[in-house]
Design a protein around this ligand. Structure first.
Ligand SMILES: [Zn+2]
Ligand SMILES: [Zn+2]
Length: 459
């Protein structure tokens, strides 16, 4: 069964032993019934059992929910004792996540029409911070983005900031808006800056920006990923290709705009000392950063729908990954409250020669440090971490209805079916939760369902 990890550096994540449930009497009995009902039913039942929380545990799967469940109360007490306040949105998100699928908070009740088997499904927490609910949230967002995209080449732009500015974003979270707006300023100016007629015709690019507050190492590092269509549209609906993105000017004008916006914001909202410190820092940065902030906008092959979809997909997936994926956690030492995990530095992405890469980094840290690193990335309530601009803006006056979309409606509808809880399980974990081991499909029994904490379920 599950091997005990003694040296986290030598463990091969992919070769985890697979837990075989059939050893348990009751489950073995059900598997026999399933085997009689046919190969598909057998496989379905087998996968369903292997995905039960305690089976995953036997299989060395470490869940973030479990880590928080074991340590959250003590962590909160520790923060209180050391006078470190925790934001409300963190408290709500973490508490919801800890109780995700907890039957005490409500469940759906299913029964088999053929045998007397039942199935109970705990309700989901809908927290963006929860591993499974957050994934659903990001999948839905990816579909929204795909639905918005017109049929035109697209590009991925990454906007990073000077590391000395990070602390301001952590202290003043409303500065996220300035970061988004600085990108908007730059991309608006790029088209309209030197042309009065472009301004008059309100010629705009269309783009979608997502904020990330973490680097691969999970440290606080706010930056923006932008998916941009390589064309402009004006108020007559005329579409023009726009493919030239001058790196140097993008970098410089992004730095200028951001520093200006940050300064103005702090002047209004921060104590004088912070403003004067920022003013000094700003001058320092201007002096030392001749090339502006690092902005990355690689051009990729984008000629046919397939290639365009590939880049849109890539950005959606990239912008949608969480700060920490459970698969990166190698070991959780509950007694000593230690966590072992790894990350692959982003610098390595661009390096082709394996020998030149920094390579996988392994981190050993206390559970409290790990929790602190993770929760810092929980956004404030109702803050949109993905925003639409230019002709992609929700309330844009520019008409794009005459332009063909990248995805057809039936493609989008097909994507949407994967969001449903049952279809998601079938797609991700290869089992249908409602397929009984006897081969029949279970039905919901509304009278026996229980709703304590939540009113809505994604079933
Ligand atoms: Zn049945
Ligand atoms: Zn959840």
């Amino acid at each position: 069964m599950a091997s005990i990890v003694t040296d986290f550096l030598t463990i091969d994540i992919k070769s985890k032993p697979y837990y075989v449930h059939a050893k348990q009497g009751y489950l073995q009995h059900n598997l026999l019934i399933a085997a009689k009902a046919g190969q598909d039913v057998y496989e379905n039942t087998y996968n369903k059992y292997n995905n039960l929380p305690y089976a995953l545990k036997e299989n060395n799967h470490i869940s973030i929910q479990e880590i928080f469940r074991d340590n959250w109360d003590d962590f909160v007490a520790h923060c209180k004792a050391t006078n470190k306040p925790i934001r409300n949105s963190i408290l709500t998100n973490v508490e919801n996540m800890i109780n995700c699928r907890n039957l005490k908070k409500g469940y759906l009740f299913f029964e088999c029409p053929k045998c007397n088997n039942i199935y109970i499904q705990g309700l989901s927490c809908h927290s963006r911070f929860c591993v499974s609910c957050g994934r659903k949230y990001r999948d839905a967002r990816a579909i929204e983005i795909s639905k918005t995209c017109i049929y035109a080449p697209h590009r991925h732009i990454t906007w990073t900031i000077d590391s000395s500015l990070r602390c301001y974003f952590q202290k003043y979270r409303a500065l996220y808006n300035e970061l988004f707006e600085a990108v908007n300023d730059v991309l608006t100016y790029l088209v309209q800056g030197k042309s009065k007629s472009a301004k008059k015709r309100n010629e705009r690019l269309g783009f979608i920006s997502t904020i990330h507050t973490f680097g691969r190492d999970m440290k606080f590092n706010p930056h923006i990923h932008t998916l941009i269509a390589e064309c402009t549209i004006d108020n007559t609906g005329k579409k023009k290709p726009f493919t030239y993105f001058n790196y140097i000017s993008l970098r410089k004008s992004f730095m200028n705009q951001l520093l200006k916006r940050m300064y103005n914001y702090l002047k209004e909202n921060a104590p004088k000392k912070i403003v004067s410190d920022f003013y000094k820092l700003k001058s320092e940065i201007f002096k030392n950063r001749d090339n502006g902030f690092y902005v990355h906008a690689p051009q990729t092959e984008c000629k046919n729908p397939k290639q365009i979809k590939k880049i849109v997909n890539y950005v959606c997936r990239y912008a949608g990954h969480p700060a920490m994926s459970e698969s990166r956690i190698i070991k959780y030492d509950k007694e000593n409250r230690m966590i072992y995990y790894y990350y692959d530095p982003h610098e390595d992405d661009a390096i082709l020669n394996e020998n030149d890469k920094i390579g996988r980094q392994y981190v050993t840290e206390s559970v409290f440090d790990f929790i602190a690193k993770l929760i810092v990335h929980i956004p404030e309530e109702k803050v949109h971490t993905t925003r639409y601009y230019g002709f992609y803006a929700n309330h844009s006056s520019l008409d794009t209805t005459h332009l063909p979309k990248l995805y057809k409606l039936d493609e989008i509808n097909k994507m949407k079916t994967t969001l449903k809880w049952r279809d998601k399980l079938i797609a991700s974990y290869k089992y249908d939760p409602l397929l009984c081991h006897c081969g029949a499909v279970m039905n919901i029994v509304p009278d026996l369902c229980y709703f304590a904490g939540y009113t809505k379920e994604d079933g």
